[in-house]
Ligand binder design. Structure first.
Ligand SMILES: *Cc1c(COP(=O)(O)O)cnc(C)c1O
Length: 383
């Protein structure tokens, strides 16, 4: 088994070093992410390079860094990798991403294993893609890959996909001597009860059928199917490893009482955490100072950005809060900072790593000078 953390979930160098220290490698999707792995001192020789749009420059970087495998998503990409590898006098290790056409039953924007998604090569065309790969002189067929989606809350779609792909995997082992099968990531996390789910008592309070996926239940469902293959299994979890390990701290600016509606205006916004606006995602919001003596209120929790979509939560019931108080948006450790933008010229927030009672700033808050540094007024506008 080889664990390749899907670093697009959280690519801060400190997090990468943490996983690297634990023996993990990475699933990366860009030249920038590869540069981060190198900067963090991570292993590129055990990391894999995924994504539908690898550029020539990125393929070069990855070949020079000696990645474990290119996860190929199309035949033109195969041709390009072969070409670039030839120029560098290298052989490129590859696995083709197959699309098993199963419904991961998650949000449409994070479903990747249906035939109408842009990802992978449909199972029925994958044999031809491998035949093409075998003919390229600078390609070394090493494995096979799939990834059906993100935030899956049951093992059933994983099992369905693996079962669907297994006969093909066995054929690849016979034909090309592949050595690994990457089953992707996608294990979901608990968003609605994020704080409570930190306790074992919460898990045991859940009836068997309603318990969220755990590494144990995921493993128990998949290991019996995968073990007989006799291949190295690559796992690419992202969200599961970091999602509930992170919070977004924000300060209340105003409690605005509207007509029939309250708005809690906080200083974080959709540019810092886009998931609610982008995926209608739920994030639990917890006041840092909890005071059960205060009356409850109902409010929309919104940011300062000039978009109605800049809303973290609708009609949320919580303790009454006011200016200056802090709230934590739970489960912000995955797809939080990495998806942040600078919309409204809002600088990126600081990042702090906490371990027990120790903590350290691991990313400085961005300042306006840095934000404007690359911009200039062209000569033809200077009158
Ligand atoms: C995004 C992605 C993952 C990780 O998904 P999670 O849901 O965060 O576990 C793994 N593999 C591939 C190819 C991905 O694109």
């Amino acid at each position: 088994m080889q664990l390749c953390f899907a670093m697009k979930a959280n690519s801060n160098l400190a997090i990468l070093r943490l996983f690297s220290n634990l023996g993990g490698a990475f699933d990366l999707v860009s030249g920038g992410e590869l540069t981060r792995v190198l900067a963090a001192g991570g292993s590129t020789s055990r990391s894999v390079f995924a994504g539908v749009g690898k550029s020539v420059a990125e393929i070069k970087l990855a070949l020079e860094a000696g990645v474990y495998g290119f996860h190929v998503e199309s035949e033109p990409e195969l041709a390009r990798i072969n070409h670039v590898a030839g120029q560098l006098g290298r052989k490129a290790p590859i696995a083709i991403r197959v699309n098993p056409d199963v419904d991961a039953k998650t949000h449409a924007k994070i479903t990747t294993g249906k035939s109408d998604n842009k990802f992978g090569i449909p199972l029925k065309y994958a044999a031809a893609a491998y035949e093409a790969a075998a003919k390229y002189p600078n390609i070394e067929i090493k494995g096979v890959q799939m990834h059906i989606g993100s935030q899956l809350t049951s093992a059933a779609p994983f099992v369905e996909a693996v079962k669907k792909v297994i006969p093909f995997v066995e054929q690849l082992k016979k034909l090309y001597g592949i050595t690994y099968f990457s089953v992707g990531g996608g294990i979901g996390i608990v968003y609605e009860d994020a704080l409570a789910s930190g306790d074992a008592a919460w898990w045991s309070s859940k009836p068997e059928g309603e318990r969220p996926l755990t590494p144990e239940s995921y493993g128990a469902a998949l290991a019996p199917l995968l073990a007989p293959l006799g291949l190295k299994i690559l796992l690419e979890p992202g969200r599961f490893l970091v999602g509930n390990a992170g919070v977004l701290l924000s300060r209340v600016e105003y409690l605005k009482r509207g007509s029939g509606k309250n708005f809690l205006v906080v200083d974080a916004a959709m540019n810092d955490l886009v998931r609610p606006a982008m995926y209608e995602a739920y994030h639990e919001v917890v006041p840092l100072v909890r005071d059960s003596a205060r009356p409850a209120m109902q409010a929309d929790i919104v940011g300062p950005i000039c978009e109605s979509g800049d809303c973290f939560a609708k009609d949320r019931t919580m303790q009454t809060l006011g200016e200056g108080e802090l709230v934590a948006f739970m489960s912000a450790g995955a797809y939080g900072y990495t998806m942040a933008s600078r919309y409204n010229t809002r600088p990126a927030p600081a990042e702090v790593l906490v371990s027990g009672s120790r903590f350290e700033l691991v990313n400085a808050r961005e300042n306006f000078d840095a934000m404007l540094a690359g911009e200039k007024i062209p000569g033809f506008l200077k009158t």
